[in-house]
Design a protein around this ligand. Structure first.
Ligand code: EGV
Length: 390
């Protein structure tokens, strides 16, 4: 459950997520655990045929088609033209490869969006980088000053857990600033499938500003494929970072079975699946927020978020860690948010995070438990029109 790193006591968010798997109501991790849609089910029903096809088709062709299908489904139409793409088993593997490549190129000083999922700063620290936080708000409005000596700027967009999206003009601003100062701009776009505001062509903006860039794309959060997924490590064609060399130290490639499955799911997403997914997540968000709307001490700080997780601000005088523990004792597993605020954990202790990528019944059960905890002492709340009898 916890470890010692550099003399500091550390329990990372993933350890908390693992502890919640298979337990009671699990709304901890952000992996998709909702039911397959009917068209996704049809793909899964064809698995034996897809397996046979994957066994005989050209691996390079399957790889290219999976990349193309995914990137075009999320609006990244110029990605393949100006970039090289390496398919990884997950976005965290891609992040590790990026970190090692940058370290090998002599890069040490990394500025990272704050807050964000803790494994991003942990991976960068793990390869030997020195980290500086940059606030999400100041990245969004362009007012951030990059810490002196920054060599690489890493932005998660949409951000996890807040859902904040870097708009096109803000991306252009940072790409221009990075180009002017020789900083490599790295984007983690794992949640972009949930939010059309994150689907303008980022590669066109990056190319126009002429900065060095690496983008980590990810299918892992979108579809309930039992963690059959890929992370795509995308970088400016010809960039001198030794990304391909580090990649091949670790991987020959990703299973052609997974590549074919991603191709099928991406085509399905482009043909209406993404619309269905956004509606599903919006309905679960509405359910959670609706169930807690009259629970006065609770609030939802990320009003505009469309990603598959939602934060809850805990009442004054309480902590996210406290609510997380109390809920865990009730068999309901959320995430406390200290570690998202990796440079200021106390600021994160104002929040817990609830995964929305679950069957609605689980969201309802989690909401009821949260209401019971946070609203204890308050009159029970009811949805408009719901029966008042016990
Ligand atoms: C989320 C799990 C890793 C990560 C979950 C996540 N942790 N890869 N070490 O995929 O938001 O729950 O990002």
């Amino acid at each position: 459950m916890s470890g010692q790193i550099g003399g500091r006591h550390v329990t990372n968010l993933t350890e908390l997520e693992i502890a919640a798997i298979g337990c009671g109501v699990n709304v901890a991790d952000g992996h998709a655990r909702q039911e397959l849609t009917s068209s996704q089910r049809k793909i899964v029903n064809r698995l034996p045929g897809l397996f046979a096809e994957a066994a005989t088709a050209s691996a390079a062709g399957l790889d290219w088609r999976a990349q193309q299908a995914y990137l075009s489904a999320v609006g990244q139409h110029t990605a393949m033209a100006g970039s090289e793409v390496l398919t990884c088993y997950s976005s965290s593997v891609a992040m590790e490869i990026l970190g090692r490549s940058a370290y090998a190129a002599g890069i040490r000083r990394v500025a990272i969006i704050h807050p964000t999922f803790d494994n991003i700063p942990d991976i960068m620290r793990g390869v030997g980088m020195t980290l500086q936080p940059v606030s999400e708000e100041e990245l969004a409005d362009g007012t951030a000053a990059l810490p002196a000596g920054t060599e690489l700027l890493l932005v998660t967009t949409p951000n996890n857990p807040t859902g904040a999206v870097l708009a096109a003009d803000a991306l252009a601003h940072w790409a221009r600033a990075c180009a002017a100062s020789g900083v490599i701009l790295v984007l983690d776009t794992s949640f972009r499938g949930f939010d059309e505001r994150a689907q303008y062509d980022h590669y066109a903006v990056l190319a126009e500003q002429g900065c060095r860039y690496v983008v980590i794309e990810d299918t892992g959060k979108l579809w309930p494929t039992l963690d059959l997924k890929a992370g795509f490590l995308v970088f400016r064609r010809g960039d001198e970072l030794p990304v391909r060399r580090v990649y091949t130290d670790l991987l020959l490639g990703v299973s052609p079975m997974i590549l074919l499955l991603i191709h099928e799911f991406a085509d399905d997403a482009a043909a209406g699946g993404f619309g269905e997914l956004r509606q599903f997540i919006a309905a679960n968000r509405g359910l959670l927020r609706g169930e807690l709307a009259a629970c006065a001490p609770i609030s939802f700080p990320d009003a505009g978020s469309r990603i598959s997780v939602d934060r809850i601000r805990v009442p004054a005088g309480t902590t996210g860690t406290g609510l997380w523990q109390a809920l865990r004792d009730d068999g309901v597993h959320v995430l406390p948010c200290r570690q998202f605020h990796w440079a200021d954990p106390d600021a994160g202790d104002r929040f817990v995070r609830v995964a929305l990528c679950r069957p609605p019944e689980e969201i309802g059960a989690a909401a009821a438990a949260i209401r019971a905890q946070a609203g204890s002492g308050l009159p029970p709340t009811r949805r408009p029109g719901a029966s008042v009898s016990a």
